[in-house]
Design a protein around this ligand. Structure first.
Ligand code: COI
Length: 356
């Protein structure tokens, strides 16, 4: 398949103030669009003007949520290079997500090369202010006009781009988190290991209720015993207890985050003891009582890390460290963003530099 190109008549205004980008509301001039149907297989791929989709109101995705997505970023370095961070990991995870939702396979290498072409074309949209980047959102949907419950045969796979600033308005300030003991995000064997849009839809109500009570996000516990910690909001979670970094092991309900994986690697290389295992909310409470709960933070592509100041669990308040962002959290943030923005040598081969 060849990647075509459709030029748009006029280009949009680019954001004037890069300090006010926020997250995910502004989109660039072009998108990648790929199409598949039963007869022809993958028959269309092009960079096209960013515009509204035309879908049948009966399109499968609108009824049964056959949708998966990814999130990655392109970064401008101070010396004018453009870097992507471990983008092939997003392609691999998207293939696994698609398989879990019975969607037909796609060519991940072709998709990644199309993303490179799109970002090159849209390079003037990559913001340069500190902490900003170009968010890349590949999206895969089943679109047959058919309301029977079945896997689609017709698909759209598209990629849109959004210049972004900080994901959370409070940035790196530690936040209060509500320990969710009622709703669950997923269970083992469900879709929690994938980036299915539906996972995020079912998390909204808990998030809204937590917001109303004055909390930033919820801490998700396992769906069966409601005891073991899984994720925080839409991020993976890390604890530093008595000098050791602990994150829930991936055992069938947790998203295998690219940032999560990068932090584990960095911690091991820095000689910080790390462990992937089940960790219960009782253990965290006990660690706090013993003065050993040093740091808690979420990790994800959008925010990199997000420090937790307090966990509110029923009528108990678990305070983390001294309420400030922890030292290890800071080191992970600085090292990962340092590699992403080309300030720190990438000894891992994590970055892909776009050749202009
Ligand atoms: C992340 O990158 O941390 C996320 O998963 C949030 C994203 C869905 C906007």
């Amino acid at each position: 398949m060849q990647l075509g190109f459709m030029k748009r008549e006029s280009l949009k205004e680019k954001p004037a103030d890069e300090s006010k980008l926020g997250f995910g509301r502004i989109f660039t001039d072009y998108m990648v669009m790929m199409k598949r149907d039963k007869k022809r297989g993958w028959y269309y791929a092009a960079i096209e003007p960013f515009e509204d989709l035309r879908l049948s109101p009966a399109a499968l995705v609108l009824h049964y949520a056959q949708e998966v997505f990814e999130g990655l970023k392109a970064y401008y370095t101070e010396d004018g290079r453009i870097l992507l961070f471990r983008p092939w990991e997003n392609m691999k995870r998207m293939a696994l997500s698609a398989a879990r939702l019975s969607m037909v396979p796609f060519d991940g290498e072709f998709l990644l090369n199309s993303i490179y072409e799109l970002v090159k074309l849209e390079k003037d949209w990559i913001p340069k202010a500190p902490g900003t980047s170009l968010y890349i959102r590949p999206t895969y949907i089943g679109v047959d006009p058919f309301v029977g419950v079945a896997a689609a045969e017709e698909y759209l796979l598209y990629v849109i781009l959004s210049p972004v600033g900080a994901y959370y308005p409070r940035g790196l300030e530690p936040v209060d988190i509500f320990v969710e003991s009622n709703y669950v995000r997923t269970v083992r064997g469900g879709t929690g290991t994938t980036k299915a849009g539906a996972n995020y839809a079912i998390s909204l109500l808990a998030g809204e209720e937590a917001h109303k009570k004055g909390f930033s996000q919820v801490l998700w516990l396992d769906g069966v015993e409601k005891t073991y910690v899984e994720e925080v909001g839409s991020m993976n979670i890390f604890f530093k207890i008595g000098g050791e970094i602990i994150t829930p092991s991936l055992q069938g309900s947790i998203l295998p985050g690219v940032t999560r994986d990068s932090i584990l690697r960095l911690a091991r290389d820095m000689g910080i003891p790390v462990c992937e295992r089940r960790i219960s909310i009782y253990e965290i409470e006990e660690a706090q009582e013993n003065g050993k709960l040093e740091e808690v933070f979420g990790s994800g592509t959008a925010a990199v890390v997000s420090p937790v100041g307090r966990l509110i669990w029923g009528d108990k308040t678990i305070t983390v460290g001294d309420g400030n962002m922890g030292k290890a959290t800071r080191v992970f943030y600085d090292t990962i963003t340092g590699i992403q923005y080309g300030r720190i040598a990438d000894k891992y081969g994590w970055t892909h530099e776009l050749r202009l």
